[in-house]
Design a binder for this molecule. Structure first.
Ligand code: CP
Length: 339
């Protein structure tokens, strides 16, 4: 596997020949994506506490720098580190010296100066993870940066899909298709998923109203469709996305807004429900065996029905579970335990 430029975005890091980062999936070679996935597949039993990998990163310290809220990603990175025998330290935006004006670059340098072996970073800023990687010498793993990328989410989405479709041996996804539906334009999850799924041969159709799924997204290698109903019978899986009101710059709207309220990116929540939500009626039109995915957090009753989220076709909690295996695989690949 080529590690020197693993998923780097933007300018190359200071010591590129020695860098071991995961900043994104766009531009990553299929062999590198497959290597992460194969390692994660083999770690699935250990991710749930079975098997012995507790010495793999014994003595290592992982810093979790989460400057934006998280439930799944933050806890699963922590759990993955502990399953491999590493220790973790945590810094969140609330209570950090970022509130006093400290820059992301200085925050990262200070964390590294304490002697950590890797930094996991989530920021509101697109490109924030690359900025951290340029600023420190230890491995940096992007846990979601603005609208840019969320690479470990993309890997866990592929792992879950490949498992459901019986493609865990090679992760070859040709002949399969996935619809990613909703607020694509705001979504780092969608960008990482489009990169990973298409690189492995899957047909990806991004679906949403034109304000959330503009035709220009096709430059990412996906198809773009505004009519959800027209793709339901064509796909082997549907990944619903949350409407990211917080990235629309419109504080007057949100999941608790009145149903007819304008959202800024769609005419109204009622209109979004009518044309782009995964309702029980739409699920009936899916192919037999089609799976339902969501990266979380879900807005139940908005982008998908309560019953759909909890249905037999839903693999949403399996995605969360596979996230631990993927993050263990990323640590195994990138972090060297102290000698
Ligand atoms: N999927 C995801 O990134 O969830 P969190 O924001 O809870 O980490």
């Amino acid at each position: 596997m080529t590690m020197a430029t693993t998923g780097h975005a933007g300018a190359p890091p200071a010591s590129s020949a020695l860098r071991r980062d995961l900043l994104g999936l766009q531009g990553l070679h299929a062999d590198d994506i497959r290597a992460y996935l194969a390692t994660a597949r083999d770690l699935i039993p250990s991710a749930s506490g079975k098997g012995m990998h507790r010495d793999a990163l014994g003595g290592a310290i992982i810093a979790n720098l989460f400057l934006e809220d998280s439930t799944r990603t933050r806890l699963s990175f922590t759990l993955a580190a502990k399953r491999l025998g590493a220790d973790t330290i945590d810094l969140t935006g609330a209570g950090s010296s970022a509130s006093k004006g400290e820059t992301l670059r200085d925050t990262a340098r200070n964390i590294e100066a304490m002697g950590v072996d890797a930094i996991v970073v989530r920021t509101k800023a697109s490109g924030g993870a690359a900025l951290v990687a340029e600023s420190v010498g230890c491995p940096v793993i992007n846990a979601g940066d603005g609208r840019h990328e969320h690479p470990t989410q993309g890997l866990l989405d592929v792992l879950t899909f490949a498992e459901a479709k019986g493609r865990l041996d090679t992760f070859e996804l040709s002949g399969l298709s996935l619809a990613i539906v909703g607020d694509i334009i705001s979504s780092r999850v969608a960008r990482s998923a489009i990169a990973a799924f298409t690189t492995l041969g899957c047909r990806v159709i991004c679906v949403g109203p034109p304000t959330m799924a503009p035709k220009g997204l096709a430059c990412l290698g996906c198809e773009v469709e505004n009519d959800f109903d027209s793709v339901l019978r064509e796909v082997d899986g549907v990944m619903m996305l949350r409407i990211q009101f917080e990235r629309h710059g419109d504080a007057t709207t949100g999941p608790t807004a009145p149903a007819a309220a304008p959202t800024g990116r769609t005419g109204s929540l009622r209109e979004f429900r009518a044309f782009h939500a995964l309702t029980q009626a739409r699920v009936k039109l899916l192919r037999p065996g089609a799976i339902i995915m969501h990266p979380g957090p879900m807005n139940r009753g908005l982008e998908l029905d309560h019953a759909v989220a909890d249905s037999g076709a839903s693999v949403i909690l399996r995605q969360v579970s596979r996230g631990v295996a993927v993050r263990m695989a990323v640590f195994r690949t990138l972090v060297r335990p102290p000698q």
